[in-house]
Write a protein that binds this ligand. Structure first.
Ligand SMILES: [Zn+2]
Length: 115
């Protein structure tokens, strides 16, 4: 993910059929803080939408302008199998939803371009 360089990577992108993704939404702006999400489930999303330009390591040299919920509450298991919950906003919210989509075979290009 860091070498690509990207902010998230889902297991299916590297040929692994597991419900796992890694993310570090802010490493390009500061110190690395990688997170691992196993069996992530979106618990709730905000009604408010936010538009971001999303790139994808599986679709080089292309970005898509996508409207997604601005905030997402997620539940997942960590590397120890412990259940974690967290809220994500801003670009991290878009990244969580983008990577979570990969686990269901959904790509950012499957969304309509936001205006
Ligand atoms: Zn992607």
């Amino acid at each position: 993910m860091y070498a690509a360089p990207g902010r998230g990577l889902a297991a299916p992108q590297v040929g692994i059929s597991e419900r796992i993704f890694v993310m570090d939404a802010t490493w390009k702006d500061g110190d690395p803080s990688p997170m691992v999400f196993i069996n992530p489930e979106i618990v709730s999303v905000s009604d408010e939408l936010a538009v971001n330009n999303e790139g994808c390591l599986s679709i080089p040299d292309r970005t898509s302008r996508i409207a997604r919920p601005a905030r997402v509450d997620l539940r997942w298991q960590d590397l120890d199998g412990d259940v974690q919950v967290g809220s994500f906003e801003g670009f991290a919210a878009a990244c969580v939803q983008h990577e979570r989509d990969h686990l269901d075979g959904v790509l950012c290009i499957d969304y309509p371009e936001a205006t």
